[in-house]
Design a protein around this ligand. Structure first.
Ligand SMILES: Nc1ncnc2c1ncn2[C@@H]1O[C@H](COP(=O)(O)OP(=O)(O)OP(=O)(O)O)[C@@H](O)[C@H]1O
Ligand SMILES: [Mg+2]
Length: 112
């Protein structure tokens, strides 16, 4: 299993959520975060306002998936979250050791 964490522009969240449910993703965790990338200290547009601060508001999406979904998930997120402008975000992939579905006690891919 894999844990895919994507940091994206907040206004892209709805589109990404829809793209993920279109490919059959059953669960997603979303967190409001702040961060910076390579343009640290430079301005970036957010909802029409120019930010000159170091940290910009972003949204982090976490999706736990079986290995065979990885390419589809990466494609869905990168296509949908891409504006072609700086700050579009990044996708981080890590190995996921175990998942437990609390109500049923199912484990592994069955629990996703
Ligand atoms: N190396 C990193 N480690 C952890 N988080 C990162 C890293 N790079 C980017 N992020 C997160 O992703 C957000 C968006 O990054 P961003 O898209 O600006 O990256 P970038 O490398 O500067 O690319 P671009 O040149 O397209 O802006 C950041 O605000 C931060 O939250
Ligand atoms: Mg950047």
């Amino acid at each position: 299993m894999k844990l895919v964490s994507a940091v994206i522009k907040p206004f892209k969240l709805d589109d990404v959520r829809e793209a993920l449910s279109d490919i059959g993703i059953q669960g997603v965790t979303v967190t409001e975060v702040k961060g910076f990338g390579r343009q640290k200290g430079h301005t970036e547009l957010y909802r029409g306002a120019e930010y000159v601060v170091d940290f910009l508001p972003k949204v982090k999406i976490e999706v736990a998936i079986d290995d065979d979904m990885l390419e589809q998930v990466i494609e869905a997120i990168s296509k949908t979250a891409n504006t072609g402008k700086i700050g579009d975000g990044k996708i981080f992939v890590t190995s996921l050791e175990q998942v437990i579905r609390i109500r049923t006690g199912e484990t592994g891919p069955d629990a996703l």
